[in-house]
Design a protein around this ligand. Structure first.
Ligand SMILES: [Zn+2]
Length: 113
């Protein structure tokens, strides 16, 4: 449910861009929206290939990235590790536990089976 929601929102924000399948929680929606805005402002012709979560950070793949675009992507990857992937809070977010994912304490309990 969450995955569909974040894609739908980003598709509405960036019509025609073709954000595609987004494999991360809704908590990162605002970060992703800012990241896409920044990347498009640097390169209006850029194509997004894949967006997913890995080791608690956003992985953002594009067809071609200038050094400036790469810098923006890595800055936002680091930022995403400080924001709960599930609810978007910045409070007490950690990547502890067996699954390396950025969660606040409450969402960690909800998301770890
Ligand atoms: Zn949370």
């Amino acid at each position: 449910m969450e995955l569909v929601q974040i894609e739908d929102r980003l598709d509405k924000d960036f019509p025609g861009l073709g954000v595609g399948y987004v494999s991360c929680g809704i908590g990162w929606y605002l970060i992703l929206r800012k990241l896409i805005q920044r990347v498009i402002s640097l390169d209006p012709d850029i194509s997004i290939l894949q967006i997913k979560e890995k080791f608690g950070e956003i992985q953002f793949y594009v067809n071609s990235a200038s050094p400036e675009v790469n810098n923006v992507i890595s800055d936002f990857a680091i930022l995403s590790g400080t924001v709960c992937e599930s609810c978007g809070t910045k409070d007490d977010v950690t990547m502890e536990g067996e699954w390396v994912k950025a969660f606040c304490p409450e969402c960690r309990i909800d998301n770890i089976v």
